[in-house]
Write a protein that binds this ligand. Structure first.
Ligand SMILES: *Cc1c(COP(=O)(O)O)cnc(C)c1O
Length: 397
């Protein structure tokens, strides 16, 4: 009997929309790629994009920058985090998150992970007295924790929250957009996120002075008056000579590529969620496999899906992954002894002081992850779920 095989590509995103290509070509024809290189009466693509993104998430201010990692580093620097300071963060996230903490020579204090793949709020409460003034909270793989309780813990301990929304652009908790609970929200527009400019990111905030610092940090020279979603120019009086320039601006070409995609994002989210629910439904009730149920307060963007194989031996998980790959389905196993393609767990970041997170270890030991690019159809999603279910069944019987 021949087994069905999937032939799609898990790292192939959709092409850039034609309207975005036209806007990018117009920027190139103008020669004015630098955000502050504007013709008389022109605001530039970056300034418009910032205003549109601020409106999309309902923030007062927005700054477009060179990457999501840059956005997080700028947020920490604007908050005054410096050498030797402790910063709370997730033990399970992507390398740019602890990297942003290291970029200001601060020290991460890693927090445990729950079975829902969110930050463990009991462990956070226990560590809230460690001396950290900031939590760099990562909504890893799009899973949003109980933000009401998280803010209660952090507000009570005087800890500022910076949100890493690389996987939750367009997501929400109780209808408040992800990135709008903390003092700063950080987003990425790197190719594998929800809008694609190759590299890029955003920082949003309602705090005028913090945002003025971030704008100076990004390398605005004395041209901050040319922004459209920035604090009033008099806010810069206190910060403009005492904030270093750590260049990380976005350029007009990337902004042009992003503006049309931002306008399409709500429709794209609906498509992602259709793929997600197709895979989720196909995997539910598979013996040995646990689907991660999403709470009703959470509005998701299903650009990837995670499942747990709790209590299954490493060799059997390896066999599931190998069986799926042989049939064209690429799964990332976070419990693998050596990280593949990228690092996501605290013990891979050995520049930080060694820490022990046994609950995170136990969860990651059985965690599988899969990207869902929009080049897939719902029929593809159904086939992928069938293949995974089949390969798990072969190992669990
Ligand atoms: C991609 C990503 C970032 C930011 O990455 P950049 O490549 O610097 O834009 C941050 N956090 C997580 C969890 C990510 O996956």
């Amino acid at each position: 009997m021949t087994q069905p095989v999937f032939t799609g590509n898990f790292t192939q995103q959709e092409p850039i929309p034609e309207t975005a290509i036209e806007a990018a070509v117009a920027v190139m024809r103008s020669g004015r790629l630098h955000r502050y290189n504007t013709a008389p009466g022109e605001d530039g693509e970056v300034a418009h994009l910032e205003e549109e993104f601020a409106a999309y998430v309902g923030a007062r201010y927005c700054l477009a920058v060179a990457s999501g990692g840059y956005a997080m580093g700028a947020a920490l620097r604007a908050l005054g985090v410096g050498p030797g300071d402790k910063v709370l963060s997730n033990g399970f996230t992507l390398a740019p998150v602890p990297g942003a903490i290291a970029s200001v020579n601060a020290e991460p204090v890693f927090v445990e992970t729950t079975e829902d793949l969110t930050i463990d709020l009991d462990d956070l409460a226990a560590k809230a007295g460690c001396g950290a003034k900031v939590l760099l909270l990562s909504h890893m793989r799009g899973h949003i924790c109980d933000m009401d309780r998280l803010m209660q813990i952090c507000d009570g301990a005087g800890i500022a929250v910076v949100e890493d929304c690389a996987h939750t652009m367009g997501g929400a908790w109780r209808d408040v957009p992800s990135g709008r609970h903390g003092v700063f929200g950080c987003y990425s527009t790197q190719t594998y996120k929800h809008i694609n400019s190759g590299e890029g990111g955003f920082l949003v905030s309602d705090d005028p002075e913090l945002m003025a610092r971030a704008v100076m940090l990004s390398g605005s020279y004395m041209l901050f008056g040319r922004h459209r979603a920035s604090p009033p120019v008099d806010t810069f009086e206190n910060v403009k000579y005492v904030t270093p320039n750590v260049s990380g601006r976005m350029d007009n070409l990337r902004a042009a590529v992003l503006r049309a995609q931002l306008a399409d994002l709500p429709a794209q989210i609906a498509r992602w969620n259709a793929l997600y629910h197709e895979v989720e439904d196909g995997l539910r009730n598979t013996p040995g496999l646990k689907v991660i149920e999403r709470p009703p307060e959470e509005s998701i963007v299903g650009s990837s899906i995670q499942v747990l194989l709790p209590g299954i031996a490493p060799a059997a998980i390896e066999a599931v992954v190998a069986g799926c790959v042989a049939r064209g389905v690429e799964l990332k196993w976070f419990g693998a002894p050596e990280p593949v393609a990228f690092t996501s767990r605290y013990d891979s970041w050995r520049y930080a002081p060694a820490q022990n997170l046994p609950r995170t270890d136990a969860i990651l030991a059985g965690l599988l992850d899969m990207r869902l690019p929009l080049t897939f159809t719902t029929d593809d999603a159904r086939l992928i779920a069938e293949i995974i279910r089949d390969e798990v069944r072969k190992q669990v019987s």
